[in-house]
Design a protein around this ligand. Sequence first.
Ligand code: ATP
Length: 595
Amino acid sequence: MQVSQSLTGLVFGLLKPYRTWILIIIAAMLGETIMSLATPWPLKIIIDNVINDHDLPRWLAWIRAFSIGETKFELALLAALVIVFVTVLGELASFANNYYTESVAQYVANDLRRHMYHHLLRLSLSYYDRNQVGKLLSTITSDVSTIQDFASQTLLNILIDALTIIGMLIIMFSLNWDFTLMAVGVSPFLLLFIVRFKKAVKKATHEVRRDQAEMVSVLQQGLESIRNINAFGRQDLEEHRLEKVSYETIEAALKARKVKSMISPVVSIVISLCTAFVLYRGAELVLKGLMTLGALTVFLSYLNKFFNPVKNLAKMTTNIAQALVALERIQQILGTDTFIYQKPNARTPGKFKGDIKLENLSFAYLPGNLVLHNLNLEIKAGQHVGICGPTGSGKSTIASLIPRFYDPTAGRVLMDGVDIKEFKLDGLRMQISFVLQETVLFFGTIQENIAYGRPEATQEEILEAAQKANAHEFIIRLPQGYNTEVGERGMTLSGGERQRVGIARAIVRNSPILILDEPTASLDPEAEKSVLDALEKLMEGRTVITITHRLHTIRAADNIFVIKDGSVVEEGTSNELLQKGGLFAELYTLQENEV
Ligand SMILES: Nc1ncnc2c1ncn2[C@@H]1O[C@H](COP(=O)(O)OP(=O)(O)OP(=O)(O)O)[C@@H](O)[C@H]1O
């Protein structure tokens, strides 16, 4: 589905696939409106042509040609039957209307959710550095629901109301135009008043939604960090955070309600004035014989119906404002184009040999705040290299530039001598595997988790990978073995077990380049040993970059880069670096002394 940048473009793009249903809805809506307009006419015929002796209106005289309506009883029966006929047709139209409107609303909401998630999953990570996940969640759920409700309930009513108003005006003018003019002359001013208020309501609604999204964000962060909150005993602080935004939401909601509440009374009072006028003046016209009683009944019934839509429109201002705000918030996400740019002529790379070169690389997460400074680094195919350095020196940043999670501010990353921007993103990322400090387990079975990076992996491959990763033993001890479901963050597994699942995942993916970012940092020595053993098997035959603080884990590396303040300050094997007596030697000695 192609969704354009503008708000109207967005709406048309969303509705386009449902053209046929929309045509059915419009037809049903017209039917419903016509039937609603016809409802008071049988009563008029009974009053004017059955009870009183007026002639049938000219446009109904054709009835006599069928020799029905000759006698007054026949005419009464006909009027009675028409009431039922009109109701049945109206209700059929209403059914079609409701069903198809709800269908369009449900499917449009479904498209919106899918489209937004699709879009979000492909945005550059830098988008997530600037936007809170809770707020995005709130838009995907609440704002989409608002649009859905609006489309299924309000939009239909607005259209029917608008059509009814037009139809009634036409009939009322043809019955008695000057009387009509006086009765409904106030409506344009009423509508103007409503439109003016819509702006204020919209502004207030924006505030409410902002606060609600903030609240979801606070809740999401809190519940996600529940372990840490417990560990630090900071439940009070988190409660206070929620309390604060929750009160802000109340204030904003009450402010919005105050604005909204002013509309209804004003509209109601104006309407009652108009009705009073019609009653008084209509009675006078009937008494003077200038209007039939039946016509006055139709008039009053219409007037009542006429102001209902006007009243509804006033009430719906709120819904319209809410839907507009929701659309704008959705549009904000869909309009973001912080994608990692893929050249139109980008190619799918063949299997990489594994030569990696970072050339004059500079990078800033935030404009003007360089984290990497003109960094140069070269790794030969099949080498196992280590990257170390003080915390915050830019090690993980280097690792995230190789699969293009971010693009460098200046400089290039070359893979087998070719700038990685020449490759298709998928093709590049497929050939790089990660084992991070914490392996995230996705909802699903252990087996699915191991095959996450290569879903087509066979059972045998998964089993073999688990065995190599020293994970098989603990997996078969789980209640359902490989089919055991693991929680959101793999809560059911220990840190060491999770890491071994992560290693099995990387083995299954079988990519030529492997990046290990502190894979054992959170483990105790015993778990570390088992994980290191598994890692060794994983590393065979690949180009491996190990980022670590634990310098003994990279002692055997072919080459080590020491990073400080975003630049390479030392390079060599561990023996060379120790002999050199620089930063590496200093950090190494420090760690030796700790042990
Ligand atoms: N997403 C981000 N947005 C903004 N700044 C960031 C982001 N990630 C990291 N930084 C900053 O960039 C600098 C380098 O971070 P990086 O994570 O690369 O360091 P590191 O050497 O891997 O540190 P550590 O050893 O502690 O993991 C730090 O100053 C950090 O605060």
